[in-house]
Design a protein around this ligand. Structure first.
Ligand code: TYC
Length: 84
């Protein structure tokens, strides 16, 4: 069974709530209510799980979101960590 990895979203003061929700819907395939919940969790707790994937898929998701964020000049940060 391939090991799986959490893609973590990190809070910052400049990325808009709307952009984070769009990313959670568009890249991580979360339904709107769950996307809003995850965004608010990150906003209040500093970090949260966007999704859990194989390493290769996690890497592509992080790169995709970083590219989208930089195009909009948002400092949004993501990281990957192994699932326990
Ligand atoms: N803290 C941001 C704001 O108030 C919203 C935000 C949420 C940013 C989650 C990043 O991963 C994030 N506009």
């Amino acid at each position: 069974k391939p090991p799986r990895y959490k893609v973590l979203l990190h809070n910052d003061d400049y990325t808009t709530r709307e952009f984070v929700v769009e990313v959670l819907k568009g890249v991580f395939h979360r339904p709107e209510p769950e996307a809003v919940q995850i965004m608010l969790h990150v906003h209040h707790n500093g970090v949260g799980i966007a999704g859990v994937y194989t390493y290769e898929v996690a890497e592509v998701k992080v790169r995709t979101v970083e590219t989208m964020a930089r195009q909009r000049e948002f400092p949004l940060m993501l990281s990957i960590e192994p699932e326990e």
